[in-house]
Ligand binder design. Sequence first.
Ligand SMILES: [Zn+2]
Length: 216
Amino acid sequence: MDMADKPFATDGPFAPDEPLTADEPFATDELLAANEAFATDESSVTGKLSTTDESFMRLALAQASLAASIGEAPIGAVVVHDGAVVASGYNRREIDADPSAHAELIALREAARALGRWRLSGCTVYVTLEPCLMCAGLMVQSRIDRCVYGAIDPKGGALGTLYQVNADERLNHSFTVTAGVLAEECSELLSGFFADLRVLSKQRRYADKQEAEGCL
Ligand SMILES: [Zn+2]
């Protein structure tokens, strides 16, 4: 499907609420800048990083690429239990017309089905972008052990950037977070996707203009 034909060409998790035009500063500049600064700071990988974290994050990145291939903002997730992937998911918000169809939410629901229990203790969620409030809330509800994420989200991150939902003593569950695993790859995948949409949007406007002028 041609992404230029998709109604959400100017939408995305980092796009402003107002429709984007190609002349406006692109919202992902902020994402890239934040993650560049994050990646060059050696202390930015927080928590305990295991040697397998990068390989599981690569699987989450593969899920993110699946999202991009159907015109969705590329965000992917996998859930790992006992060293094995038990569930995966990618952003399907547009195709499902569902505001809750975030990668990690889909993966967590699949993990619960696979394990036959709602309580996902012993599970680690790998996700390419810092979870939002909804997904961080679901991680509390599902009692996961740990979340490992790639890019930080300056506009919505709830596990360290804007909120620390994983370590709020008022809540009845806390979990470990490791941030910044393959952060640059994860943020570049997102910013590249939106840059492509921006070009398509510009090309479409140019084509529309040519067509309109031709009709005069
Ligand atoms: Zn989310």
